[in-house]
Ligand binder design. Structure first.
Ligand code: 1HE
Length: 274
């Protein structure tokens, strides 16, 4: 896995001040965030989590999608356990709330986010991945929630996001029994929606992010901000919100020019999967 790319070909620097555990660059309209603490298996200490917030709240206006990946043999070992000292209840709540705030900046931020997974994706690392919109897993990926056996509990929004991906029963099993899932199982149950060979996830993730960046900003907003909200409300309210957001999206000048392009034979057709 030493062949994993640490930087995208043609990438330029992105001027966002980040801690040493993170690196930012851009390739065209895609901002790339690298978890760059492989010596600690990309464990997420407070500095790193706050740096993730800085990245997602500082993206330039011409960025249209983001990609998150990790250096080394593992995507992320989750919460930095060395920081879990003698927190009292109030400090624990404030720490968990900080993770919630930061990961909300990913899920409900300015742009859609693609995540490339490999090696261990555990605990808070899985919570981070769950806050992104499209997950690509290399076959080396495995998933776990070791909180159960460490005497703690997920605190980065896992209880909210993971049951929506894999169901309460599977999450309970992972936490109660320490069960881990391989990449192929994760793909089958919805933790990832793309599966690649080792070393190929970054290129796939970047291609997907570039494709996402070519959508209109309004459509991407509807998909990432409105769709998950509609999925949480009663069907009648959902239809009303859907009618509103679809009419807003189609009234956009860019939508009209794309529809015209298709009708005049200048836009791509929908093709079978490869
Ligand atoms: C760490 C961490 C960490 C590694 N916090 N330092 N997460 C866990 O319970 C997962 C704990 N980690 C592991 O199970 C393994 O480290 C891995 C399977 C991820 C990787 O194994 P390996 O053999 O490649 O690495 P290693 O030798 O275990 O670790 C290398 C170094 O990283 C070592 O430090 P060193 O100074 O001795 O070199 C480890 O101590 C360090 N390291 N993982 C701190 N997690 C918001 S709530 C979320 C709650 C959670 O995320 S709980 C899950 C915590």
């Amino acid at each position: 896995m030493s062949s994993r790319p640490t930087s995208a070909a043609g990438a330029e620097s992105l001027n966002i001040a980040l801690p040493a555990s993170l690196r930012a660059e851009r390739r065209g309209k895609v901002a790339i965030l690298t978890l760059a603490r492989p010596q600690k298996r990309n464990a997420l200490d407070d500095t790193t989590v706050l740096g993730i917030e800085t990245f997602f709240t500082s993206l330039p206006d011409d960025i249209a999608a983001a990609l998150v990946h990790g250096e080394g043999d593992h995507f992320s070992a989750g919460l930095d356990l060395s920081e879990l000292q003698e927190r009292d209840i109030r400090q624990g709540i404030s720490h968990s709330s900080m993770w919630h705030r930061v990961f909300d900046k990913i899920q409900f931020g300015k742009v859609p986010v693609v995540c490339v997974l490999h090696g261990a994706v555990v605990g808070g690392g899985l919570e981070l991945a769950a806050a992104t919109h499209v997950r690509v897993a290399e076959r080396s990926t495995y998933y776990g929630l070791p909180e159960g056996s460490r005497g703690i509990y997920v605190g980065g929004g896992g209880s909210v996001r993971l049951p929506r991906l894999i169901g309460v029963a599977r999450m309970m099993d992972m936490m109660l029994t320490g069960r881990t899932y391989a990449a192929e199982d994760g793909q089958a149950m919805g933790l990832s929606t793309y599966l690649t060979e080792p070393g190929e996830g970054f290129a796939k993730g970047l291609a997907l992010a570039e494709r996402i960046a070519s959508n209109t900003a309004l459509t991407n907003f509807a998909i990432t901000h409105v769709l998950p909200r509609i999925a949480e409300i009663d069907p009648g309210s959902g239809y009303a919100v859907e009618a509103l957001i679809s009419s807003i999206a189609q009234a956009d000048a860019e939508a009209k020019s794309r529809l015209t392009a298709f009708l005049e034979g200048r836009a791509g057709k929908v093709t079978r999967p490869e």
